[in-house]
Design a protein around this ligand. Structure first.
Ligand SMILES: [Zn+2]
Length: 441
């Protein structure tokens, strides 16, 4: 009997060994796929190839060849014809919040009326939108209820469709800082809101980082300044002492975790860079000294220009979408966005692509490219920011960011030439992650 079942299993596995298993859940089967690419930007930063082939095996790139290789050379291989497309590595967004893209007053209400289970389904929907937009990897920077940590593991197992996720768990700030979830609520609700992500003083800040590490996070996110969306009229300048910033960053590094720092004001950027921050998120106000510190430390700047799209769209729909204390900061951010990028690009500050989707809409991550070009980047540099640079920032350069032998088969294709017009990236027709086709093909 057992022999019979075993034989049946063997027969079933022989049947499924053919090439057409792309849509099944789970890791890609170890088959061979050949992609014929009209143009291929296999290594962003270098010139694209014309008429090239990608040989993929076991979810990874095995070889890149000039010309269209014959399928006969690889018996049983499936061939994907993208001869009329521009093919490039899957895009990487270094700053998202997958759990929601409802913000302002609507976001506050959802926090006290919906369950963690509700948020989990919403996060999964947003993850799927993100993947279908051509973003095969994201760094999720801040979610308190564990939803995105679970989603990270579920997508890795192939249970649900979504990008690879590098997750920060709960973002950390001082009490009354940007990550204090109690801000804006009355005293009854305030006492019910968890505060384990808040710290004051050295010991408390070390503990806050260790708590996130014990939850299995990949990266640590902290805030050294106030934030636009926090419901408090305390501005967007520095809100943390030296000992607190130092304790947070040193503790994360002690465990080998990078630190992403939310900072708007130049004083908070300097504080973070002085103690070894790996990236500055938003970085809205930069002066000569901040730029010098970026160049000296080698930290990345993640501009998140797309936030203004989210603000403008929400306010157009409802002028009262935000509390008055928040609205004043939004108006400021809309006026000033892009100035820091325009200032830092010619100086050679390293830029990694990041949208802050959640503030802006999920699935429209590529809108950021248009703003990056508007504020001084070439299309080629913007593409580098969303591939090789972001891979470097995430510590995944050996796996993603370019299409070279041994790296993941995370591949997208568009019509038109994104090196001429980045807007073509808003319409990604083909998406493959780890060798599995999710869209097109
Ligand atoms: Zn954010």
């Amino acid at each position: 009997m057992i022999t019979k079942i075993f034989a049946a299993l063997l027969a079933a596995s022989a049947l499924s060994a053919g090439p057409a298993v792309a849509q099944s859940p789970g890791p890609a089967a170890p088959d061979v796929t050949i992609i014929h690419a009209g143009r291929l930007l296999d290594r962003p930063g270098q010139a694209p190839r014309t008429a090239a082939s990608l040989i993929l095996r076991g979810g990874k790139v095995e070889a890149v060849r000039d010309g269209y290789v014959e399928a006969a050379a690889y018996p049983g291989a499936r061939v994907i014809d993208l001869k009329d497309r521009f093919v490039l590595p899957g895009l990487i967004d270094s700053h998202v919040h997958l759990d929601s893209d409802r913000a302002g007053v609507e976001g506050m209400l959802s926090a006290v009326t919906e369950s963690t289970a509700d948020h989990a389904y919403e996060a999964q929907m947003n993850a799927r939108k993100t993947l279908m937009a051509g973003f095969t990897t994201v760094r999720n920077l801040g979610n308190g209820d564990g939803v995105t940590l679970a989603l990270r593991d579920a997508t890795a197992r192939g249970w649900v469709d979504g990008p690879r996720i590098i997750d920060a768990g709960n973002a950390i700030s001082t009490s009354s800082g940007h990550m204090d979830g109690r801000l804006g609520f009355n005293d009854d609700i305030r006492t019910a809101v968890p505060t384990t992500n808040l710290c004051d003083g050295t010991e408390s800040c070390r503990q806050a980082v260790r708590l996130q590490i014990s939850r299995g996070v990949d990266v640590i996110k902290i805030a050294t300044t106030g934030g636009v969306n926090s419901v408090i009229g305390a501005g967007v300048g520095r809100q943390m002492f030296d000992d607190e910033a130092r304790a947070l960053i040193e503790t994360a590094h002690l465990y080998g975790k990078k630190v992403a720092v939310h900072a708007h004001g130049a004083d908070g950027i300097k504080l973070a860079l002085t103690y070894g921050a790996d990236s500055i998120e938003h970085g809205t106000i930069m002066d000569e000294e901040t730029i010098r510190l970026f160049l000296k430390s080698g930290a990345y700047y993640v501009p998140t220009l797309s936030t203004i799209n989210g603000y403008l769209e929400r306010i157009a729909k409802d002028p009262n979408a935000y509390a008055p204390a928040v609205r004043a900061k939004i108006d400021w951010r809309i006026r000033i966005t892009g100035e820091s990028l325009a200032r830092s690009v010619p100086r050679g500050v390293k830029i990694a692509f990041g949208t802050d989707a959640g503030v802006s809409k999920h699935g429209r991550n590529a809108d950021e490219f248009e703003l990056m070009v508007k504020f001084g980047m070439t299309p080629a540099a913007a593409l580098q920011a969303a591939t090789v640079n972001a891979a470097d920032l995430l510590g995944l350069s050996d796996q993603i960011g370019s299409l070279e032998p041994g790296k993941a088969a995370d591949i997208i294709a568009v019509s038109g030439d994104p090196l001429n017009d980045v807007r073509v990236l808003k319409d990604v027709g083909f998406v493959m992650k780890a060798g599995r086709v999710y869209k097109g093909g």
